[in-house]
Ligand binder design. Structure first.
Ligand SMILES: [Zn+2]
Length: 316
């Protein structure tokens, strides 16, 4: 049997994703919501049977039974008078999805909406992952406050039960992605003498093409954002360091000094010449300047509090 599997490279792992309601714990089986574990078991056994029948029937083999045990399954397969045993494992994942019962109860009462807007599909997907990861770290009753996550073409919309959880999630996104948060309130009802307002938090991702000048170990450094979730720091001495984006605020501090985009036009033995945006020319003594950008290109001129001038290359 192993030889049979080997020569036909039959996948022994069965993967399935099951919708699960984070509020009541019910799971969706064939469009029906249930909290009966037996329903899940018989559904899985049937799905596994269906999937492997397609493969084994081609060889004139018939599946007699499918038994589940923990994360594995055992299939008995008939071939003439013989019975073979085929073992595999199941990889189940659960997707948050509010069941209609809970939805009905909570839908009308959500108090906050988070609207995440990003241009790239890749960013939207990553933010969805950030949200999922954040929810896994919250206690279940708090995680269940996120009622709906809609993935749209322009971003994500989250309906959240309370203002505080919505703010918490929005700030987690901001901590991992340079973005702008804006809150708007709208008074909706006065329930039992209590003013209720609907909060909308818009999270707009800042373009990654941007750059930033910061102090790193007390010297100016050029920060560029990488798609991997890390940032690259080009240091004053020309070396570069890559750090996690989450550590950016911890490892660096705000730069105070002059930052200006220029074009390097010429260089001689004593000076480097740059043209400013307003077309005025600037002559910088070479002993005062640290040049990392090539002649004839756009550069970022940085002058720190000590009067050190650095010309960083434009990152794009
Ligand atoms: Zn439910």
């Amino acid at each position: 049997m192993d030889c049979f599997l080997f020569t036909r490279s039959i996948d022994t792992s069965f993967k399935a994703t099951i919708d699960q309601c984070p509020i009541c714990g019910r799971v969706r089986i064939d469009n029906r919501w249930t909290n009966n574990q037996n329903d899940v078991g018989s559904w899985l056994a049937r799905k596994i049977g269906d999937r492997y029948s397609k493969i084994f029937n081609k060889y004139g083999l018939m599946i007699k039974s499918v038994d589940l045990s923990g994360n594995s399954f055992i299939m008995r397969i008939l071939s003439g008078d013989n019975t073979f045993v085929f073992k595999g494992n199941m990889e189940l994942s659960y997707k948050r999805s509010i069941c209609p019962l809970c939805l009905k109860e909570k839908q009308e009462s959500f108090e906050a909406v988070i609207q995440v807007r990003a241009e790239k599909e890749e960013d939207i997907r990553k933010i969805h992952e950030v949200v999922d990861a954040t929810l896994r770290t919250l206690p279940p009753e708090r995680a269940s406050e996120v009622l709906v996550i809609d993935e749209l073409k322009e971003g994500l919309d989250l309906k959240v039960y309370s203002h505080s959880t919505a703010r918490y999630i929005a700030n987690r996104i901001k901590a991992l992605y340079p973005s702008e948060l804006k809150e708007t309130h709208k008074l909706i009802t006065i329930k039992g003498g209590k003013r209720q307002s609907k909060l909308t938090i818009s999270v707009r991702l800042l373009k990654k093409a941007g750059y930033e000048i910061v102090y790193y170990k007390n010297k100016p450094a050029l920060v560029t954002y990488l798609s991997s979730g890390k940032v690259k720091l080009l240091l004053y001495n020309g070396n570069s360091v890559i750090i996690d984006r989450k550590l950016l605020n911890k490892e660096t501090r705000v730069f105070r000094g002059l930052v200006e985009e220029v074009v390097i036009t010429d260089m001689d033995k004593e000076y480097i010449y740059v043209k400013k945006f307003d077309t005025t020319m600037l002559k910088i003594p070479l002993e005062k300047a640290i040049v990392h950008a090539p002649l004839g290109t756009k550069a970022i001129l940085v002058e720190d509090e000590d009067g050190i001038i650095i010309l960083f290359p434009m990152p794009y």
